[in-house]
Write a protein that binds this ligand. Structure first.
Ligand code: GRF
Length: 203
């Protein structure tokens, strides 16, 4: 499986994928890492791992459509079977999302369908939740709304700050994202008619 990873920042999830790849446990090959930000630290992680990088800066494009058209062209240059969003902080147009239907994954730091969008950790704290977590899902035209493949839960303790909760969630992100990518590469997880299946079972 040819994998392209999209990032915007630190790239700790990318690192988890690179580590899994180093250990020959990813089941696919990361062909390139693409960032919409030239200063994303994740680009250095990719360089250190000897992986091709590209920057497609949204600031260079007048609108979402032209940015996504350019991004799609760069992604498709690597002929991926799988596109992995790992802290990619841009909303994608329906055209792009449809183009990668069934072969684009995202990780979101909440127990979806709760807390779509930003500031999920603070939202969970403010709601008085005792539990929070992260979700890997197929990307569909609904923002953070595609079918969930795998979630991990963590506790929220009294007095926790958002960054303490975020740190606890990130540890789990780094566990479930490489695992899910492995399942995809092994052909175990697929999206059909808008549903996710693992080993033929509806998730
Ligand atoms: C993660 O919490 C991810 O779930 C969210 O953005 C963060 C990215 O972290 N979408 P990193 O860049 O992988 O370190």
């Amino acid at each position: 499986t040819r994998i392209v990873v999209l990032i915007s920042g630190n790239g700790s999830n990318l690192q988890a994928l690179l580590d899994q790849s180093d250990a020959n446990q990813l089941g696919g090959q990361i062909m390139a890492v693409i960032s919409n930000k030239a200063d994303a630290y994740g680009l250095e992680r990719a360089h250190a791992a000897g992986i091709a990088t590209a920057v497609v800066s949204n600031q260079d494009y007048a609108d979402r459509e032209s940015f996504d058209a350019a991004l799609m062209q760069v992604i498709d240059g690597y002929q991926p079977n799988l596109v992995v969003l790992a802290g990619f902080m841009r909303i994608l147009t329906p055209t792009l999302v449809r183009h990668y239907r069934g072969r684009m994954l995202n990780i979101h730091p909440s127990l979806l369908p709760r807390y779509q969008g930003l500031h999920t950790h603070q939202k969970a704290i403010d709601a008085g939740d005792k539990e929070h977590g992260c979700s890997v899902h197929f990307v569909t035209e609904e923002l953070d709304g595609g079918p969930v493949i795998l979630q991990a839960r963590v506790p929220i303790f009294a007095g926790d700050t958002a960054s303490e909760v975020a740190e606890r969630v990130l540890v789990q992100e780094h566990a479930i994202y490489p695992l899910t990518v492995r399942w995809f590469c092994d052909g175990r997880v697929v999206m059909q008619q808008g549903n996710a299946y693992l080993d033929g079972a509806l998730l």
